[in-house]
Design a protein around this ligand. Structure first.
Ligand code: HEM
Length: 401
């Protein structure tokens, strides 16, 4: 550790949730002065700069997912933990549930859900919670519909997943509660799997599509199916929730930008990108080095993990002008593309679905809601986590147009 490093940035535990509470001053320090940092407590490296993340994500010979992409947590059979051919195979099979035809169906369904949720919020006299009433409800209902989860099971599944994802912060966070939530989900998966087998796999839900999917005679085996099912729930629900709620929070603070979207809805797709850059719902993914690798005068040793700190890279001034300003007019052709969805072979499979959900939320909210105001004495509450970023509560009074 260099002697000039301010005391508050020394000996940081990057798996501790509090390390990433209001983290931008800390990220800025590392972006500028110490772009490769060794976290001694967890024995993992951390990188921050945009170019370093790009370099590592692209060098799939040197940096692999197969030894785990969460810090010190072993890999499971899901696609995100696979490399090379095995990853290609699983990703291709799972993609069969994300075809353009599926996406079109999803758009119609997502529009119906958003319309209903905005109707309900506007019918509420007084305060709503944008996290619960819109941002959580939309992705959860869409995923539950995609999977055809029985109505009575939906809120339990959501709560297991909210708990299970906390285990992704590191071994100290894999608590009994996390293990119980995980086991409950496994039982739920087994019930769903058995019901589909019994029905002869004739349904059109995504689990059935995955069970039937076959490429060159290869299918997903049972444990792959289970972990893709988990990945869809953990990867797809909380992240999108945080993008929707975090974006609307920024816009509620800046009525000029909110009004600009109402006056010119063509700006919405660009606003979606700025929101996803700004919120950056996943803080990091990890890779493991297969050989010694020198970077910034230090050596990442073979077998060591390195964390890709996406929200820091999204504010790297080498790639984004005025990076700490939320700006729906940001010119991404002059700046770089944000890294919130990662890059390379593991680039988020659900990116178009996530963009669609954020876009529809903005379209319906700006079209029907004149202003979003946080009630006097109330505050937005944030997640404290070393894996996910976003809001847990967004109390608001909505004024309809
Ligand atoms: C704003 C919302 C979302 C964000 C920020 C996000 C972010 C990410 C990131 C950072 C990765 C890892 C990329 C890498 O390692 O290079 C990833 C992978 C993945 N995401 Fe998302 N995600 C979002 C929404 C979704 C949705 C809605 C789904 C599905 C319904 C989804 C499914 C997946 C899957 C299956 C992978 C693994 C891909 C692979 O390993 O090939 N994500 N996502």
């Amino acid at each position: 550790m260099g002697s000039k490093c301010p005391a508050k940035f020394q000996n940081l535990d990057f798996c501790a949730p509090s390390t990433h509470d209001n983290p931008y001053e800390m990220y800025d320090y590392f972006l500028e002065h110490e772009p490769l940092y060794f976290d001694e407590k967890n024995e993992v490296w951390e990188v921050f700069r945009y170019d370093d993340i790009v370099r590592i994500e692209r060098d799939t010979e040197t940096f692999i997912n197969g030894e785990g992409c969460r810090p010190n947590i072993p890999a499971d059979p899901g696609m995100i933990y696979q490399d090379g051919e095995q990853h290609n195979k699983q990703r291709a099979l799972v993609s069969s549930g994300f075809t353009p035809r599926q996406m079109r169906k999803m758009e119609d369904r997502a529009r119906e859900i958003v319309t209903e949720l905005v109707d309900n919020m506007l019918a509420t006299s007084g305060e709503v919670d944008i996290v619960a009433d819109l941002a959580t409800a939309l992705p959860m209902r869409l995923i539950a519909d995609m999977l055809d989860i029985p109505q009575e099971k939906r809120s339990a599944v959501q709560s297991w997943m909210n708990t299970a994802i906390q285990g992704g912060q590191g071994p100290d966070y894999v608590t009994d509660e996390v293990n119980d939530a995980f086991s409950a989900f496994v039982m739920h998966h087994e019930e769903m799997h058995a019901a589909r087998l019994e029905a002869g796999c004739t349904g059109s839900d995504i689990l059935t599509i995955w069970m039937n999917a076959e490429i060159n005679g290869e299918k997903l085996d049972e444990s792959e199916l289970l972990f893709e099912h988990i990945l869809l729930n953990t990867g797809g629900a909380e992240t999108t929730r945080n993008a929707i709620a975090g974006g609307l929070e920024q816009l509620s603070n800046d009525p000029k930008q909110y009004d600009a979207l109402y006056e010119n809805p063509d700006l919405i797709p660009n606003a979606v990108e700025e929101i996803i850059r700004w919120v950056c719902p996943f803080i990091n993914m990890y890779r493991t080095a297969t050989r010694d690798y020198e970077l910034h005068g230090k050596v990442i040793k073979a077998g060591q993990q390195v964390g890709l700190t996406y929200p820091a890279a999204n504010r790297d001034p080498r790639h984004f002008s005025d990076p700490h300003t939320f700006n729906i007019f940001r010119d991404f052709s002059k700046d770089s593309k944000h890294l919130s969805f990662g890059l390379g072979p593991h680039f988020c499979l659900g990116a178009s679905l996530a963009r669609l959900e954020v876009r529809l939320s903005l379209e319906e909210m700006t079209r029907r809601v004149k202003s979003i105001r946080i009630p006097e004495g109330k505050e937005v509450e944030y997640i404290s986590s070393s894996f996910t970023r976003g809001l847990t509560k967004f109390p608001a009074i909505l004024e309809s147009r």
